[in-house]
Write a protein that binds this ligand. Sequence first.
Ligand code: NAP
Length: 274
Amino acid sequence: MIILDGKKTSEKILSIVKSRVAELDITPHLVVILVGDNEASKIYVKNKKLAAEKVGIKSTIIELPSDIKEQALLDRIVKLNEDDNVTGILVQLPLPEHIDKNKVIQTISPKKDVDGFTPENVGKLAIGIEPYFYPATPQGIMMLLDEYGIEVEGKDAVVIGRSNIVGKPMAQMLLRRNATVTTCHSYSQDLEDKIKTADIVVSAVGKKIVRCKMIRNNSVVVDVGIFKLPNGKLTGDVDFDVVSPSCGFISPVPGGVGPMTIASLMFNASKVYR
Ligand code: NAP
């Protein structure tokens, strides 16, 4: 069994991004919008800023109050779209309930949409045209698989979870690389049987869902889930100790997909479209 070391791989990616940024004729500038005071969001945003600084990307955090009017937020994004000194825009999710997340995402210019969430970028991915940006987490997972020389073409892949952020784009990216993809969700029947057939399992649920008897020998298991146990310890969707001995490759939590997501986001933030 080989551990898919996201920490080590992310450092490699970040150093490539740093060299790439140094060669650009402008300094990329990522603007992160944080609405309200969700504690977890604050930490994510701070980590993104630190990662940007590490690779020479300028970053600005715009903090807005939780009661900001939807239109005021949209106007702010339009201004950033028009600002030639801003090359990337990211709106940290979740947003307060009175704000329509989809309207916000649709307002971001696809050429500055470093999260790859706008309809243009999502649509391009779906129809097989190169988007300006791929969503960070699935792109980071593909980078991790590539780093370990894991062949995707012709393989049976099961993606558990169908969120717009992870599950759906993950399935699209695997499909694009010629895997045969099954997407599972909370209504899926016989999940165990489906997982057992998979060469590659990507679990993005946020609950302990993948256990030993479900895994085919020597399969590749990528654990996207991250949540806290009652004792405060961070864990993933996969019962690592029990599952890992029968895997060919497995990503740990923490130290797997998490750091790859940040590195992949920085890879996106280093892209400049004019
Ligand atoms: P999400 O929007 O809550 O989606 C969870 C998905 O899991 C949904 O599609 C849901 O199905 C499905 N699901 C729930 N219970 C299930 C069950 N019993 N069997 C099969 N599928 C089930 O979450 P997300 O944003 O995709 O994130 C998923 C996890 O990944 C979370 O733990 C999150 O913190 C983590 N995450 C980590 C990173 C990272 O960088 N490491 C990045 C993003 C997310 P329905 O659609 O039917 O409800």
